[in-house]
Design a binder for this molecule. Structure first.
Ligand SMILES: Nc1nc2c(c(=O)[nH]1)N[C@H]1C(S)=C(S)[C@@H](COP(=O)(O)O)O[C@H]1N2
Ligand SMILES: [Mo]
Length: 307
């Protein structure tokens, strides 16, 4: 993955959590009478949400910084390309097709998921393999909820995810960048882990297109490329799938891609990262700081070979 130059935001662009929380309760109050947190100007209205577990209390990256600095290569190689071009993706109506080793295959509409699976806010660190990071308040539900609804069959060991495949909307600058549609994969136990969510919003509102509207994966202990955006298909498989980045360069983009400060990317070290909201360098933590929750998934595995 090429490294692009960083636009370093000013310290004043960090949203202090207290300011964010008070703004959120104000907005939640506005929607209370409707039973909705309604943001008509920002897209789909989402149901009420509660505070989920595992949230960090680190300072948030501001919405402005986060939404202007994205990797969504279907819309171009530059960090501000997605904000310029991702509006071309039609996100309503939207459904996700479940297939492979499931009891109830077929499409499920986004509205159906929102009605079934309670929404939670999860404030997670996001660490890109390019060594920048952010802190994002996601709105979503555990992927495990959807998989339980689909009914995972006993032979399933992996989950494959596929992004939108309307290749007609991809701008010329993105055509040859990668194999489209973008795909990713997880081992089934990783997919079922309570930290793994499908996010439908951020900062208390529905998902902006450049962030992977209307539904994307968030796996906070892995490099960002695992967190696939704008998901159209989820398949339960017996064999390990071949994700887009892994197929392109397996040494650089492992199937596991667990954040690991001791395993170098061939072209740069991973010991530190740049927090986008202030440009400061901080140490990268094993499993992006989620060791307590996930280390047991990899007990006995050589994390250098199985990068
Ligand atoms: N479909 C799709 N999903 C994707 C990508 C992409 O190019 N296409 N980029 C990945 C990468 S490299 C990262 S770091 C994260 C970035 O998420 P963010 O822009 O929401 O911070 O999305 C991931 N998901
Ligand atoms: Mo990334």
């Amino acid at each position: 993955m090429p490294r692009f130059s960083y636009a370093i935001p000013k310290a004043s662009e960090i949203t202090p959590k207290s300011a964010f929380l008070s703004r959120r309760s104000l907005l939640a109050g506005m929607g209370a009478g409707l039973g909705l947190t309604a943001f008509p100007a920002l897209g789909r209205a989402l149901p009420e949400f509660t505070q989920g577990p595992f949230s960090t209390d680190e300072a948030l990256t501001s919405r402005e910084v986060a939404t202007g600095y994205c990797n969504f290569f279907e819309f171009g190689p530059a960090k501000d390309d997605p904000a310029k071009h991702a509006h071309a993706l039609v996100t309503d109506p939207w459904s996700v097709t479940l297939d492979g080793l499931v009891d109830r295959p077929g499409p499920i509409a986004l509205e159906d998921m929102l009605a079934r699976f309670p929404l939670e806010e999860r404030i997670y660190r996001l660490r890109c393999v390019e060594a920048w990071s952010m802190v994002i308040p996601w709105l979503g539900f555990p992927l495990a909820d959807l998989l339980a609804h689909a009914g995972v069959q006993s032979g399933a060991r992996y989950v494959r995810f596929e992004s939108f495949d309307d290749l007609g909307i991809i701008p010329p600058a993105a055509k040859g960048l990668l194999e489209w549609p973008y795909t990713e994969g997880l081992r089934l136990d990783e997919a079922l882990h309570p930290l793994t969510i499908l996010a439908v919003g951020m900062y208390g509102a529905s998902m902006p297109n450049q962030y992977g509207a209307p539904i994307r994966l968030v796996v906070p202990w892995k490099y960002g490329f695992k967190s696939i955006k704008s998901i159209r298909r989820i398949s339960l498989l017996a064999e390990q799938p071949l994700p887009t980045w892994h197929a392109k360069s397996p040494r650089e983009y492992g199937f596991y891609a667990n954040v690991n400060p001791t395993v170098r990317h061939p072209r740069w070290h991973q010991a530190t990262e740049r927090r986008l909201h202030d440009g400061g360098r901080i140490r990268t933590e094993m499993f992006n700081g989620y060791s307590e929750q996930v280390a047991a998934l990899y007990a006995g595995m050589d994390l250098e070979t199985f990068y």
